[in-house]
Each structure stands twice: as structure tokens, then as C-alpha cells.
Design a protein around this ligand. Structure first.
Ligand code: PEP
Length: 249
């Protein structure tokens, strides 16, 4: 049975001291063993957070990485660098990276391949924009994002893939997909995976919802059959809110 997962994407927030304070607060909380709890701080704090969370329930992820092994890619971070500091998870394909840093499905496919070659776990983000939902192409958009980056993977590679459906219109906007909209899309995604692979594999993949999840709406969304937890942005920056969301999973 797939486990629930709640992951906090801190984005470009928190300096060194704020990072330490938030980690201390999160470490003092007790989370149900039924839920995996992940946090993705900025690159500059990954070493510190990796050290501070040793022996705790908090799992650490990077927010991005480059597909190349090494070389002349100023400002970039490789999988082997992450591996060398003990970080074994990475968020790939976040809508902000797609929108502001021109990440394409093709470049994400390369990043996925590199991360898997380092045995990393991947939180793979995708989702439609508002105009696409309005013109009713949201299912096609999601299908094409998943097919382009993931559907050539071997079945065994899927044990390292966590999906995060994040409708772009709901990220950081305060507007959330309704529980029914989330369930409808998650069920569609699971059916797609079953069609591409098989039902057993589809049933084993965790599909997180992301987009303005808060303590007040988390349980309604997380209680949907095909929603296996959430990727949390703004609300992950406050220990109390993040903890309440984890408790709702
Ligand atoms: C996100 O950035 O992945 C996200 C879901 O942000 P927020 O929760 O702030 O909408």
C-alpha cells in the first residue's frame, strides 16, 4: 500500500538562521509514522539541513538539479554534488522552473534520467495553466507532460517516482482545486499509468496534490481516494501550519 507523503517546498525563502529555527521547530513535532515528511530548502542550506535532520523523520530534498554530470554550467548543481552531501531526493519540473527558467519536457526527461542513475527519488511536478483548464485541455496537457518525461521509463524505475499534480492556477494564488477536481485528475493520472504499464504499478505510485494547501483545506483534499498527500509551498514555511497539514494526511 502506498504511503502518504507531505513535502514542503521552501522555494527561495529562509536565510541560514531562519532555516535552522524552522528545522528545530519541525524536529520538536511528532509526526505519524504513516506519513513520510519531506522538506526542500534552498541549495545553500542543504548541508546544514541534512546534518540537522540526521536521525529524525524529516527527509531532505533539493528543489532542482542539472542533468549534466559536471562541467561548465555556471550556477548549476549536479546529482553527484547532492549525493556527496547525502541528499537523495529532488523536486523536478516545478511550474516556476518551467515558467521562469524555460524547463521543457525534453530537459526534464534528461534530469529524470540523471537522477535515476544516481538512485535518487524524484518528486515530479506537472499541471495545467488556467487557460488550459478553461478551454478544457487540462487532461491532454497533463498526459503530454507525463508521457514526454516519464512514460519511457522502465517499470522498476517507478519505485523512485513520486508525482505531484500542481495546477498552475492554484500555486501561491490562494485558489485551490476543489477536492473533487483533485480526485478527478488524480484518478485520470492513475488510469493513464495503468494503461501505459499496469494496475499494480499504478496503484503503487504516490500522487501528491499541490496548490494553496493550507491547514483548513488539507483534510478534504487528502481524504480523496487517489490523493496521497501534498506538495506544500507557502504553508510549509510555518511549523504549525506544516504540522497541521501533515496531521491531515
Ligand atoms: C508549490 O510551490 O509547489 C506550491 C504548491 O505552493 P503553494 O502551496 O504556496 O501554492
Amino acid at each position: 500500500m502506498r504511503k502518504k507523503i507531505v513535502a514542503g517546498n521552501w522555494k527561495m525563502n529562509n536565510n541560514k538562521r531562519e532555516t535552522a529555527d524552522l528545522i528545530q521547530s519541525l524536529k520538536s513535532l511528532s509526526f505519524s509514522s504513516e506519513v513520510r515528511v519531506m522538506i526542500a530548502p534552498a541549495f545553500t542550506h542543504l548541508v546544514q539541513v541534512e546534518e540537522m535532520t540526521q536521525g529524525s523523520r524529516l527527509e531532505v530534498a533539493a528543489q532542482n538539479m542539472n542533468a549534466a554530470e559536471s562541467g561548465a554550467f555556471t550556477g548549476e548543481v549536479s546529482a553527484s554534488m547532492l549525493q556527496s552531501i547525502g541528499v537523495k531526493k529532488v523536486i523536478l519540473g516545478h511550474s516556476e522552473r518551467r515558467a521562469y527558467f524555460n524547463e521543457s519536457d525534453a530537459s526534464l526527461k534528461d534530469k529524470v534520467a540523471t537522477a535515476l542513475s544516481y538512485d535518487m527519488e524524484i518528486i515530479f511536478c506537472f499541471g495545467e495553466e488556467l487557460a488550459q483548464r478553461k478551454d478544457n485541455t487540462h487532461f491532454d496537457v497533463v498526459k503530454s507532460q507525463l508521457s514526454a518525461a516519464l512514460f519511457e521509463l522502465s517499470p522498476s524505475a517507478w519505485s523512485k517516482i513520486i508525482l505531484a499534480y500542481e495546477p498552475v492556477w492554484a500555486i501561491g494564488t490562494g485558489e485551490t482545486a476543489s477536492p473533487e477536481q483533485a480526485q478527478e485528475m488524480h484518478a485520470y493520472i492513475r488510469a493513464l499509468i495503468a494503461e501505459q504499464y499496469d494496475q499494480t504499478l499504478a496503484d503503487a505510485v504516490s500522487i501528491l496534490y499541490g496548490g494553496s494547501v493550507k491547514p483548513a483545506n488539507a483534510s478534504a483534499i487528502f481524504s480523496q481516494t487517489d490523493v496521497d498527500g501534498g506538495l506544500i509551498g507557502g504553508a510549509a514555511l510555518k511549523a504549525d501550519d506544516f504540522s497541521a497539514i501533515v496531521q491531515s494526511a
